[in-house]
Design a binder for this molecule. Sequence first.
Ligand code: PLP
Length: 431
Amino acid sequence: MAVNSKHPETLALHAGWRADATTGSVAVPIHQTTSYQFKSPEHAANLFALKEFGNIYTRIMNPTTDVLEQRLAALEGGVAALAVASGQAASAYSIQNLARAGDNVVSSTDLYGGTWNLFANTLKDQGIEVRFVDPADPEAFARATDDRTRAYYAETLPNPKLRVFPIAEVAAIGRRYGIPLIVDNTAAPLLTRPFDHGAAIVVYSTTKYIGGHGTSIGGVIIDGGNFDWSAYPVRQPLLNTPDPSYHGAVWAEAVKPLGPIAYIIRARVVLLRDLGAALSPFNAFQIIQGIETLPLRIARHSENALAVVKFLSERADVVKVIHPSLATGIDKERADKYLAGGLGGLVGFELPGGREAGAKFISALQMFYHVANIGDARSLAIHPASTTHSQLSAEDQVATGVSEGYVRLSVGLEHIEDILADLAQALDAAK
Ligand code: PLP
């Protein structure tokens, strides 16, 4: 029996696993297997017909990955989860599980560059239109909604703007129409739980803080179990009409006896089955290792980032510092309300010398790594205009908050004196 608790510190170590029934192994074993011996032809047939739950093939489930899924669902306050090969796969599936060609989704403009590209180009090519709206005004989501809108999408703490998303406000608007809010909480695990504010689905790139050590790409979709799909048969056809790929199953009804998990079951047995972005069991193990220390790490990331904000704010050669602690007005209210657990490890700032100064600063760093990642235990820095956001048009760069002299820091877990010393010498070199 896994330990039950309401405390993230305990769940991070115990949810979903106690010990291996055969060997007594305390660490979660890495089940590096593609397939599983069926007990009998009848057993095999029952598994395929979903009459019985059990392992069939690692593309759709794996015992190591299962522990990861249970642990993340428990930490997030959801009912079930689906781990996938990357955060990008999680975002794509979260939408494709509700929308098909001819449908649309309304999304916040404040997105990771890769998600922006997925939405603006790849999903568009698949016939799914993503309508981007400024989340400053939550009612913009309602205005962009029509009969074919299947989901709302946003990031809790989007970088580079670091402007906290109004989760409860937009979730409530969606619930008026039968539209779930999907929240990418990658930058704020444990700092907020979007389900507590009415979101229906949470996605993560576990590559970042959840894994925490820069070793393994992964993603997860978590089902809040708080959205009654069967109440909206017209609005949510993919969960309410017969699925020809599964003998005409109507997911919202077929899965009801098992609990409110229709959304996540369909994502697994249809999308993961057909599109195949499965997480490797080894990566699942690595991500589980990361989760064990997530509560400690995320608190220290937040603490070190606050010290960096103070340091940068006092520097005359920094024109602007971007961090939720510096928000004003409604943005401050949202930061206080949603990030009650801490403000996270991301800090942005602008150098007066634009692109050239940004590049000089990055080259002068000695301890910070120059990488396209966030949420590593190590401190990281990047110049988004020339890297993560470079595939966006100049117009789209501005819409996502990337200016020429903008530098993004993911403040790590090193001693704060060393973090500040590296920033100081690189700022001096960039003058
Ligand atoms: N969502 C956010 C907020 C991200 O920052 C990223 C990656 O940087 C992703 C999703 C995509 O995740 P992955 O790189 O694991 O595919």
